[in-house]
Design a protein around this ligand. Structure first.
Ligand code: BTN
Length: 249
């Protein structure tokens, strides 16, 4: 298996690097291929949201992965990507990010990186994933769209060091490779532990979407499957498998 980042395609502009990889079988068949764009005209976020592209200020890239792990463990790749980015940010820039389930990377309760993991349906035996990562590296909050200014931050806002985007990209790719190797070797418990350390979950009040509509509760832990375990105010224990979680404190 070739390492993640064995080939990096650099584009001036793309609609969405996730879409480009998903729609092109030649790209999607190449585990470890990375595509990075300076600007995206139709960047996509989780749950059908748009991703606002700020050319040069952000790192916007996607990675093809054919995870060589149990199908049941595939959702863990999404958590692994969050850990890979948080660790890379800390190593390269000195900031100490936290993770908001499943994989938003936060600094001072503000989002600095979003991750969108997608699968091409009908991909046969081996699952082909595209892991899309957008990191707000440079500039101040005022350089980003008005409607996002209350919720985002940039690495430059939080770090005293100048941000080296290329060094950060390579560190993320190295960490993703290391996380994949860990999972392949049965190191699921280590990944969950690394996530928990960054997750700062305990006692956090959250609002989650349940089959009975939105409900509030207290986050308890990350389950072995990588789901968020919440004690709802109704007393029930709920496992959040996907969807949105709002931090209330
Ligand atoms: C989110 O927070 O909702 C996820 C945002 C993911 C953005 C990245 S940027 C590179 C890749 N291409 C896309 O269209 N989206 C991801």
């Amino acid at each position: 298996m070739k390492p993640i980042g064995h080939q990096i395609i650099r584009l001036e502009e793309a609609d969405s690097t996730n879409t480009l990889l998903l729609e092109n079988p030649e790209y999607l068949g190449n585990h470890g291929l990375v595509m990075i764009a300076r600007h995206q005209t139709a960047g996509r976020g989780r749950m059908g949201r748009q991703w606002a592209s700020i050319p040069d200020a952000q790192l916007q890239f996607s990675v093809v992965m054919h995870p060589d792990i149990d199908v049941a463990d595939i959702p863990l790749v999404s958590l692994a990507a969050g850990v890979a980015v948080a660790d890379a940010l800390e190593a390269v820039t000195g900031v100490s990010p936290r993770l908001k389930w499943p994989n938003d990377v936060m600094i001072d309760q503000r989002k600095v990186c979003g991750i969108l993991v997608e699968t091409q349906p009908g991909q046969g035996k081996s699952t082909h994933l595209v892991v899309g990562i957008g990191i707000n590296c440079l500039g101040g909050i005022q350089d980003y769209p008005q409607e996002l200014r209350d919720i985002l931050t940039t690495v430059a806002e939080a770090s005293a060091k100048p941000v080296d985007k290329e060094a950060l990209l390579l560190a993320v790719l190295r960490n993703l490779e290391a996380q994949h190797t860990l999972l392949r070797r049965g190191g699921k418990a280590d990944l969950l532990q690394a996530w928990r350390k960054r997750g700062a979950l305990q006692g956090r009040r959250v609002r989650v979407e349940t089959p009975n509509g939105e409900q509030e509760g207290v986050a308890l832990d990350l389950s072995e499957a990588g789901f968020l375990v919440v004690r709802l105010d109704s007393g029930e224990t709920h496992h959040q498998v996907s969807g949105n979680v709002v931090w209330l404190n």
